[in-house]
Design a protein around this ligand. Structure first.
Ligand code: 9MR
Length: 362
């Protein structure tokens, strides 16, 4: 197979590059992303998994070295905090928060409301009053504990229906079943009341693919923002997860229109769970790494030229550990390569792309 020439990351930007980039003609978008990134540095970070954090010193070193922002991957979810109904368990979250604070890193909290990662008792709730009482109490306790330390919260996660049908915008969860669409308002209103200084974000996935379902998902996000704003309930950002499928194209124009429309509503975006699902790519590692870097570059260039995101966060740092290994296994059993560092913590081409946007190089 004839492989394309490796992309250039370090050559100076020529006038021709700039013109091509402006016309959207630069293959892979690598040069274009460089131009966009030169405007202003964007905080970079990663989700951190507590078990790995405890066991692997190289993982801790990488988090410290590369990240401006840390996101506890699972330890602020209900499943971790509320395993027992009567008692909050902050052990994992506290450890990661202390680590980030010790390193002068910012924190994103993920997530105050989600239909998944719930303990059995929460899945078994039966009445509106019970769901409302538990949700409000949960947000009060958790946001209050980390007030002034966790600056940004994913207040709600994945509340938009995967493939929305007209009149059915919301995902079917225990919250939607018991509280209806109002669960979003309750969550945002409560978080704002407890920490009026926190950045409050609605986090969701797939705003980037070229299909009708995604067009509908973007519209629903805009409608949700408008509804909250009309009611005087603060929302400051949309978190775009960006689990990018390597085999699918990115609707750069649609994505940019979305980011611009959010800007008009005075809402920023942040990239919250970036990684590349490479299960359909050829086995050769170098080919996969080039494709992943190129896809990330195309995505970040589209977002950043429309309106710079408040942060760029990857869902892990090293290919050694990723949810993609289990969720999207390759037929050839080769290990997935979704993240900016390889399994031995060596930076890959994706890290070069991210470096264009970062506050400081690692
Ligand atoms: O990566 C996370 C994995 O370790 C957990 O088992 C799982 C369930 O809590 O959640 C994964 O993270 C998800 C995130 O919280 C929300 N967006 C999708 C992520 C990947 O599934």
């Amino acid at each position: 197979m004839n492989e394309p020439a490796p992309p250039r990351y370090d050559a100076p930007l020529t006038r021709r590059d700039a013109l091509l980039a402006g016309a959207g003609l630069v293959a892979a978008g690598l040069t274009a992303s460089r131009a966009a990134a030169q405007r202003a540095p964007i905080p970079f970070g990663s989700a951190a998994q507590i078990e790995t954090f405890r066991e692997d010193p190289l993982y801790r070193d990488a988090l410290k070295r590369y990240c401006d922002v840390i996101v506890p991957m699972n330890d602020l979810k209900w499943e971790a905090l509320r395993h027992d109904r009567s008692r909050f368990d902050f052990s994992g979250a506290d450890e990661l928060v202390a680590f980030a604070q010790g390193n002068g890193q910012a924190l994103r909290g993920h997530a105050l409301l989600w239909g998944e990662a719930l303990p059995p008792w929460a899945k078994a709730m039966t009445s509106r009053a019970e769901a409302e009482r538990e949700l409000i109490r949960h947000i009060e306790v958790v946001v209050d504990r980390y007030k002034g330390r966790i600056a940004t919260w994913d207040v709600v996660n994945e509340v938009i229906k995967f493939e929305p049908t007209p009149g059915e915008p919301m995902r079917d969860t225990i919250w939607q079943r018991l509280l209806g669409p109002e669960h979003v308002e309750i969550a945002f209103r409560t978080a704002a009341r407890v920490d009026p200084k926190a950045r409050l974000v609605l986090n969701d996935f797939n705003f980037e693919e070229p299909n009708a379902g995604v067009v509908a998902r973007r519209q629903i996000a805009l409608d949700l923002v408008r509804r909250l704003k009309d009611k005087g309930i603060p929302i400051h950002g949309i978190g775009m997860q960006a689990h990018l499928y390597a085999e699918n194209p990115i609707d750069t124009h649609g994505l940019q229109l979305f980011v611009e429309a959010l800007g008009k509503l005075e809402v920023d975006v942040e990239v919250t769970e970036l990684d590349v699902i490479d299960w359909k790519l050829p086995a050769d590692a170098a080919t996969r790494d080039r494709a992943a870097a190129s896809l990330v570059s195309t995505y970040l260039n589209a977002v950043t030229t429309a309106r710079p995101p408040r942060a760029i966060v990857t869902w892990g740092l090293s290919d050694r550990y990723s949810w993609i290994h289990e969720t999207f296994p390759r037929r050839d059993t080769a290990k997935a390569r979704p993240l900016p560092l390889d399994a031995d913590y060596k930076p890959k081409l994706m890290m070069n792309v991210l470096n264009r946007y970062r506050r400081s190089a690692g």
